[in-house]
Design a protein around this ligand. Sequence first.
Ligand code: WT7
Length: 656
Amino acid sequence: MAQETTGQFDSLLEEGRRFAPDPGFRARANFNDEGVYARAAADPEGYWAEQAQELSWFEPFQTVLKWDPPHAEWFVEGKINAAYNAVDRHRKGPRRNKAAIIWEGEPGDQRVLTYDMLGREVDKAAHMLRELGVKKGDRVTLYLPMIPELPIAMLALAKIGAAHSVVFGGFSAKALHERILDAGSTLVITADGGWRRGQVVPLKANTDQAVEGTQVRHVLVVRRVGEAAGARMVPGRDIDWQDMMAAMPTTPVPAEPMDSEALLFILYTSGTTGKPKGIVHTTGGYLVGANTSLRSVFDLKEDDVYWCTADIGWITGHTYVVYGPLTAGGTIVMYEGAPDFPDRDRFWSIVERYGVTILYTAPTSIRTFMKWGPHYPAAHNLDSLRLLGTVGEPINPEAWMWYRTHIGHDRCPIVDTWWQTETGAAMIAPLPGLTVTKPGSATRPLPGVFAEVVDEEGKPVPPGGAGYLTLTRPWPSMLRTIWGDDDRYRRTYWERFPGRYMAGDGAHVDEEGYYWILGRVDDVINVSGHRIGTMEIESALVDHPAVAESAVIGRAHEVKGQAISAFVTLKEGVPIEEELVVQLKQHVVDKIGALARPEEIFFTVELPKTRSGKIMRRLLRDIAEGRALGDTTTLADPAVVEELKRRYEERYEERE
Ligand code: WT7
């Protein structure tokens, strides 16, 4: 496995600090009975059926689980609606006038939507979508900034039984194009632009390019930026969101009673091939997973102000900005822009301004805050905080401790939550009122979740060992398939270890049964908490006319977790010029998006290959991380890699 022998793992093994829940916190925690683990283990379906009662069903389910590996159906015959659960049911009781969304734009503008106001917006949007011909089962692509219209659009689609495919605003026109085609959307909802670090993100311009040559009939455009965006409306195709919304009635649109297994959304994520996977989530099980973890892991209470900083374009935003907290009737904070705009204390000023009590963010952000220095959070009153969470990548104990000290003031429990786009909701995480935490460990599988670490043969490794992280039983919020490619679903997740879900991560389990996630074991890398397939970047590079071949790896990076290193061979006769580095990086940005921009591009006349022609990325990682080369005996020509290492070290001599 790739990451097993890195320095970080050695330091994890020496980690001896423990933090027990504060008795006061425990006494008030939603989940404070240790027996929940044993009860869920004895009767997992019973446990999940009990959690499902927290949601409102139009018709009760008859069977908790139908498991025909690798296909699961949860809460069979139940009828439910996601928007009804996230909004409408709260409009009927005391939450009617409670803040659902406290939003802050990057320029400093603010909006607060109570559940009742949110419900009215969702109803108007549902009328509008119907008028535009959106029907039950249709898929609509959303390419929006972090503005309230994004959850409004998602919920309106869910209300009428249509599905969303949200594409993160940092993806390029080309990436959006592929995702629109794959989902078969005939409507795209975007904005003229979004604000990021004082600059306009050209969402409309990208959409104009992306819809060329697709089945898209209409583009609905939210005015967010105005003039400065320079967006041009295409007559007959483009529709102004605000204009059309203004003409809609606020009369309620009845929530469509959906089958528990009806498609709720598709969300694309990277895999080990060049083509992203459309992860399919359905309604009932997904909502149960999302809702349960808000109450258990995040201990959400009526008076909390909960802020998950993730963009809704990722699964974290789907589950922990929208469906989890809203189905639980919470108050969420939503922020549009960058953490360093106008200054590096923006997050802390938001926490102070709105009295945030629960904060959920990524290790890469925490490491960035560490680099910026503790005086930024220290300048703000963070006394409202009572619980901190992290997600997206392994958190190094040092960052965990910094988070605890400088943000949590040694008072807030930290929940390190391991999960994936595919799992839909947190799988391995502490219950903050019960679990003794260890810095750097996601601790134990949640009640009703069953994990095991196995070796190459699929045999469980004993405590103290490391191997492949698997889940041994189906869980409600699991992916149901890959959109349009059930065979890939089966091969990717269920074939390697029959009967088990293979997560694609390596993990170590210590003597006390705590899980320490070691990172991806496949050709997927994790840059600043964002998952990118090395093959996708390689395809983008070889698409450039100057490139003959490329190999992309993730090398350890202090802030980003991993940084993208590309090794490139050029076509005969193409001269090596610095200018080409700039061009190739831009080419990757155009093909995928800025999140995939290689940190470095290193030209070489040959790549290290086995005799059968397979590129040995493992050796490239050794080179980029400055380690002694691993086993080179299978190489066609060991001299290639020696030479490469020498030249690479010469070039990056001054790097730490
Ligand atoms: C991959 C999933 C679901 C959250 C956002 C990322 C890594 C996620 C942790 C954690 C160690 C983590 C894994 C996983 N990961 N959370 N707490 N500790 N690693 O979702 O894009 O689907 O990526 O993120 O490698 O497989 P994603």
